[in-house]
Design a protein around this ligand. Structure first.
Ligand code: PPS
Length: 317
């Protein structure tokens, strides 16, 4: 994307922000999606990737932006300058995103880029366009433990003025636990965390999906950057890997205007309510859950995850 196009992206958001509102949720095959996305879903489903495209799939707030930055740097040999060519959503379009015109949709941005592209999605496995699997595209799935994920999502829904109003924390936990309800007013966009993480987990071997954990990235970022590098069939020097780990630390990304979403105006992302790069920690849930809420959440978690053998960690021991 040229500098002019990048400027026009920011200008488009500025223009559209006058008509921004908290969009209602509409179910698509049972998954609650924001109305703009749901109404455009046939076009999203029909998207035909190139076999060289890479999909980065996550439940919202699981470490998408972090992984997008790591992958962009890996593909550009750790060149920080090149990776500051445009904000994250322009460098690595969000497949299903649709907002009021004139903001370009994810599909429009993708149509102007030559493969290989780094494509972000929050769609659960069953809603991902079939072309990704038919073309045997590589895909990285990042999962984050449910308790930190719900905390991050809650603060995001407070500041992202296009997502449904989160309401009080107490009620939000229940919306998150119940995922996709019949009542769209008591659901969260993209539906159940539990079904999302299980859906990709079950398909990871068959579809050659690299399934990684936010907590592992925090614990040993170098090990996880190297894991991603090998999955992408790249081989970079130790020095470049060290550089990539530094450039993708929470502090570096919080300060990076091309990664911290300050490209989105306050009328859409009000970062005075909560920063996009908020805390970036494992275990922040302890500052939010009461002991009673934690016990109720854990009991429900047991029920929803009992068949799944996914090694989530909610803290470091
Ligand atoms: S989104 O909107 O779904 O794309 O958000 P996503 O990028 O998936 O998740 C945002 C959370 O990830 C944290 N983050 C990071 N943590 C550690 N290191 C790095 N480099 C990093 N970059 C982003 C970000 O702070 C959000 O988590 P919380 O817990 O809210 O701070």
């Amino acid at each position: 994307m040229s500098e002019d196009e990048e400027l026009s992206y920011s200008a488009a958001i500025q223009e559209a922000s006058k008509s921004i509102c908290r969009f209602p949720l509409i179910p698509v095959k049972g998954i609650p999606l924001m109305s703009y996305i749901a109404n455009n879903f046939d076009a999203i489903s029909a998207f035909c990737p190139d076999s060289s495209d890479l999909l980065i799939a996550t439940y919202p707030k699981a470490g998408t932006t972090w992984t997008q930055e790591i992958v962009d740097l890996l593909l550009h040999n750790g060149d920080a300058e090149t990776c500051r060519r445009a904000p994250t959503p322009v460098r690595s379009p969000f497949l299903e995103i649709c907002n009021p015109p004139p903001i370009p949709t994810g599909l429009e941005l993708l149509s102007k880029m030559a493969p290989p592209r780094i494509i972000k999605t929050h769609l659960p496995f069953q809603l991902v366009p079939a072309g990704f699997w038919e073309k045997k595209c590589k895909a990285i799935y990042i999962a984050r433990n449910a308790k930190d994920n719900v905390v991050s999502y809650y603060h995001f829904d407070r500041m992202n003025l296009t997502q449904p109003e989160p309401g009080p924390w107490e009620g939000y936990i229940h919306k998150f636990m119940h995922g996709e309800c019949i009542l769209m007013c008591s659901a969260v966009p993209w539906g159940s965390w539990y079904d999302h993480v299980k859906g990709y987990w079950e398909e990871r071997d068959k579809r050659n999906i690299l399934y990684i954990f936010y907590e592992d990235m925090k614990e040993n970022p170098r090990r996880e950057v190297e894991r991603i590098m090998r999955y992408l069939d790249l081989s970079l020097s130790d020095d470049i890997i060290t550089r990539i780990v530094e450039l993708t630390s929470f502090t570096a990304m919080k300060e990076n205007p091309m990664a911290n979403y300050t490209c989105i105006p306050k009328s859409v992302f009000d970062q005075s309510i909560s920063a996009f790069m908020r805390k970036g920690e494992v275990g922040d849930w302890k500052n939010h859950f009461t002991p009673e809420q934690s016990a109720e959440f854990d009991a429900d978690y047991e029920r929803q995850m009992k068949q799944a053998d996914i090694p989530f960690r909610t803290e470091f021991y």
